[in-house]
Design a binder for this molecule. Structure first.
Ligand code: NAD
Length: 296
């Protein structure tokens, strides 16, 4: 069996096209342009690049973006005051603080300061807790991207065995919660899991987010499984690869996402979506389809 390869770039492009249309309609019907504020603390080059990508993606779909740069030694109180200002600004529908933060700043205090209904990254405790009951205001972007990819590919989730390899707060755990909410039977594995293959072989849908190149080889995958590779690893020769032995596993899976070009393009797309939804909600615009997709 050779797997169909999920083209995450093309799914992301299609969704962004739809969101652009929705932004235009919102401007036309309510005179409201969605706005995203991104706070960058310090000068970490990777963070800078991520923020630039987010700002550029906003421009592409017509979302207004505001980039706030604070020095690496900024006082926590100054950062919190900036968040308060953005929480109160009606032209801002999403507030995001680029992580990681310098060590002198308490990340939980910062994330909890963002108003839950502007928390488009989905990291506020309210949104995290909401994942358990399916009542989150904004699902976190990477897991949401995984869910949307599966939905786009019409992969049935209810009743299937889902195994998530990786138990981080930003990818593994929320992905597991979101797919459990869709009635999958879910197992979460992590670096202390013994005999990983025993678990991965049970998966109808295998989601891998460990940050370990070649962690998943064909012998660990059930024939016909759907394999979603969230990992992003830079090899010493500069190549970017995921956590799955793509060439080997694609001969066994029925559907597989590549790296790059799989989940990656979906993450920023879901940030745009969360910001758009926030703006739409602020004027009472709801989309029936989305409620069904989101389990909202
Ligand atoms: P993390 O380091 O916070 O968590 C990694 C998780 O994998 C941990 O739970 C750890 O226990 C588990 N793990 C590590 N080694 C393992 C092993 N040998 N067997 C089983 N489990 C193992 O990382 P993260 O932030 O969750 O990111 C995971 C990967 O996803 C990274 O490669 C990261 O770059 C990538 N990522 C991609 C996107 C995207 O947009 N595509 C977004 C976020 C993260």
């Amino acid at each position: 069996m050779t797997a169909r390869i999920i083209d995450g770039k093309s799914v992301a492009r299609k969704l962004r096209g739809e969101y652009q249309g929705r932004v235009r309609r919102l401007v036309a019907s309510h005179g409201l342009q969605p706005g995203l504020a991104v706070i960058l603390v310090g000068s970490n080059p990777a963070s800078r690049l991520y923020v630039s990508n987010k700002v550029r993606a906003c421009e592409e779909v017509g979302i207004r973006s505001e980039r706030i740069e604070l020095p690496g030694d900024v006082a926590e109180s100054t950062l919190l005051a900036e968040i308060d200002r953005l929480n109160a600004d009606p032209t801002v529908h999403g507030v995001l603080v680029q992580l990681p933060l310098p060590p002198h700043i308490a990340m939980p205090r910062v994330l909890e300061r963002i108003s839950a209904d502007k928390d488009v990254d989905g990291f506020h405790l309210y949104n995290v807790g909401g994942l358990l009951t399916g009542s989150t205001v904004f699902p976190p972007c990477t897991p949401y991207g995984v869910q949307k990819l599966l939905e786009h590919e019409r992969v049935e989730i209810a009743g299937r065995n889902v195994v998530v390899v990786g138990a981080s707060n930003i990818v593994g755990k929320p992905t597991a919660m979101m797919l459990m909410q869709k009635d999958a039977t879910v197992c979460i594995c992590h670096k202390l899991t013994r005999d990983l293959a025993i678990f991965t072989l049970l998966a109808d849908i295998l989601v891998v987010a460990a940050g370990v190149p070649n962690l998943i080889v064909p012998q660990m995958v059930k024939t016909g499984a759907v394999v979603i590779d969230v990992g992003i690893n830079r090899l010493p020769d500069g190549r970017i690869v995921g956590d799955v032995d793509f060439e080997g596993v694609k001969e066994k899976a029925s559907l597989i996402s590549p790296v790059p070009g799989g989940v990656g393009p979906m993450t920023v797309t879901m940030l745009l979506y969360n910001t758009l939804r926030s703006a739409e909600r602020s004027v009472g615009v709801h989309h029936g389809d989305d409620a069904a997709l989101d389990g909202a």
